[in-house]
Write a protein that binds this ligand. Structure first.
Ligand SMILES: O=P([O-])(O)O[C@H]1O[C@H](COP(=O)(O)O)[C@@H](O)[C@H](O)[C@H]1O
Ligand SMILES: [Mg+2]
Length: 577
């Protein structure tokens, strides 16, 4: 893309507003900034569009949001779905309500009805609303847990999952075809409302969403018995979780919930953290502080769009609060949900647990224990959603549970994206259930290690921003791709999977087989002693991620092995930078 030409167009064309032009004027001496903003169009990644808010083609602003929506509208017309409408939600970020309205009014101007939530809502509720309202698609304006300068645009198809092939490519192609901004339609809100093309939604969807969640409770008896004794600290991290997470806990019988006041209200600047990711240590500082003051059993935090649930659980022996990673809380919930479902009503013959290629191998051990099939997909909850649709259509299988490496799981099939509200509900229920057995969630976690093995998984992510960062990430990937390591951290490489080439190479025999998954820029090394390492560029943040896992013989052994491999991985990264 000729970035100078694009920059000039945005500065001079009467289509763009004065504020945008002023912003662009202020960078006229900064060649690099101009290039960063205009060298490309913002592209769809793991979870739709995500970018820094500001003027430019590679930024999130009303023009790029309208353009993406015009492409979506064109695609909806291509498949003749215009009569079904599109559900739209947004989070607590800067510009989120404005972008939601821009999307709605672009759709309306294209004759497609928009159902817009009256105020902020979680991602999983939007996913639910798409199916509930029989919409053809859905949009959520959110950049999840990214830093405050970001916003984003998640796109859902009629099944309630984020777009995957063929719709993602179809939509992206339509977006690319929108080259002239004057072909992007919009209309006035009052006119859209009068024409019945802009409908506000809220309460009815909230109520039925809550009912759907509750239908997944297995042990009402346990909640009744010990729910009120469990003390919970909860933080919505300034996002959308506050109302729904508290509502579900209250409605199922957890009354002893203490909200982190400083993080209670929606605020797109996320003033108490540098970025609102429950996976970061700082997100839990205030929550754990409050937990210690009141002696809480668990600390929960949802990310701004409430699809990730972060967890800390109290160790009754030491009084310490242990972090549960996404893998750990995912396993805890998988074991509880599948195990208790089996005990209470039995499992379907074709029950399946869905994980991604970077989810812990403990998931496989759990599935094996309950005689359940494991299905592996690429990173991105959308691929788990895609499997659920497959089960509904023609593929054999019944969805039991699905989870990722990062925080994110889904209990039930009401939503087709990860759901931190239902996860909050299930985790509280599990805490109540284990309490009736005299155990804490941490005890349950320890019991799982004993039962399934001491799996420990971790990640090292390196942030590499901008055009230069992208290039570095691509150099790292190519370097590894061209020179397969024979050994990593003292473990021999048994097989190297190159998901881009869709190929698994057995390093001992030289034999090549297929990965069985669609092409994706991911490298995966199977190591001796059930260890592994996987490298992929993030599709939501300017990062390259190194995921790894080991299996130990005790907690201490696993800690030691994981730390050692982590150091080796860091040294490897250091060398490549
Ligand atoms: O950011 P969220 O909570 O929407 O989560 C999104 O990004 C995560 C990380 O993706 P990546 O490793 O490509 O950055 C994905 O696992 C998840 O499925 C996706 O919805
Ligand atoms: Mg999120």
């Amino acid at each position: 893309m000729d970035y100078k030409k694009a920059y000039e167009e945005w500065r001079t064309n009467s289509y763009f507003d004065q504020e945008t032009k002023n912003e662009l004027e202020s960078i006229k001496e900064d060649e690099n900034e101009i290039k960063e903003r205009f060298y490309t169009d913002l592209e769809f990644g793991t979870a739709g569009l995500r970018g820094v808010i500001g003027a430019g083609t590679n930024r999130m602003n009303i023009y790029t949001v309208r353009r993406a929506t015009q492409g979506l509208a064109n695609y909806i017309h291509n498949v003749n779905g215009q009569s079904r409408g599109v559900a739209i939600a947004y989070d607590s970020r800067r510009m989120s309500p404005e972008f939601a309205d821009e999307a709605a009014l672009c759709l309306a101007a294209n004759g497609i009805k928009a159902y817009v939530f009256e105020s902020l809502r979680p991602t999983p509720e939007l996913s639910y609303a798409v199916r509930k309202l029989n919409c053809i698609a859905g949009i959520n304006i959110t950049a999840s847990h990214n830093p405050p300068e970001y916003n984003g645009y998640k796109v859902y198809w009629e099944d309630g999952a984020q777009i995957t092939p063929p719709h993602d490519n179809g939509i992206m192609d339509e977006v690319k075809k929108v080259v002239d901004f004057n072909t992007v339609k919009t209309m006035e809100k009052e006119a859209a409302k009068a024409a019945g093309l802009y409908q506000v939604i809220g309460r009815e969807i909230d109520d039925s969403y809550m009912e759907e969640l509750k239908s997944n409770v297995i042990h009402w008896d346990a909640i009744q018995e010990s729910g009120k004794d469990i003390k919970i600290v909860y933080s919505p991290l300034h996002g959308t979780g506050n109302i729904p997470a508290r509502r579900i806990m209250k409605e199922i019988g957890f009354e002893n919930v203490h909200v982190v006041k400083e993080q209670e209200l929606p605020d797109g600047e996320f003033p108490t953290v540098s970025y609102p990711n429950p996976e970061s240590e700082e997100a839990f500082v205030l929550g754990v502080k409050l937990a210690k003051e009141i002696d809480a059993d668990l600390v929960l935090a949802t990310d701004p769009d409430a699809d990730r649930l972060g967890v800390r659980v109290k160790d009754s022996k030491t009084g310490e609060y242990h972090e549960l990673t996404g893998n750990m809380s995912g396993c805890l919930l998988a074991d509880y949900e599948i195990g208790q479902r089996k005990a209470v009503k039995g499992l379907p013959d074709d029950g399946a647990l869905i994980k991604t290629i970077v989810t812990t191998n403990m998931a496989d051990a759990i599935a094996k224990h309950y005689g359940v099939t494991v299905i592996e997909v690429l990173t991105g909850f959308k691929f788990i959603g895609q499997k659920i649709l497959g089960f509904e259509q023609k593929q054999k299988g019944t969805y039991l549970f699905g989870f990722e490496e990062s925080y994110g799981c889904l209990i039930g099939t009401h939503a087709r994206d990860k759901d931190a509200i239902v996860a909050t509900m299930a985790l509280c229920e599990a805490a109540a259930y284990y309490k009736t057995q005299g155990k804490t969630l941490w005890d349950a976690m320890l019991a799982m290690y004993e039962k399934y093995g001491y799996y420990k998984d971790d990640i090292q992510s390196i942030t590499l921003k901008g055009i230069e960062g992208l290039e570095k990430i691509s150099v790292i990937m190519e370097q590894l791709r061209n020179e397969t390591p024979k050994e990593i951290g003292g473990y021999r490489v048994l097989a190297a999977r190159d998901y881009k080439k869709e190929e698994v190479k057995n390093l001992e025999t030289g034999e090549k087989t297929s990965t069985g998954l669609p092409a994706s820029n991911v490298l995966y090394y199977e190591l001796t002693d059930e260890a592994w390492l996987c490298v992929r560029p993030s599709g939501t943040e300017p990062k390259v991620k190194f995921y790894y896992g080991i299996k130990g013989t005790s907690i201490d052994d696993a800690e030691r092995k994981s730390k050692a491999l982590g150091e080796e991985v860091l040294a490897m990264i250091e060398k490549m930078l």
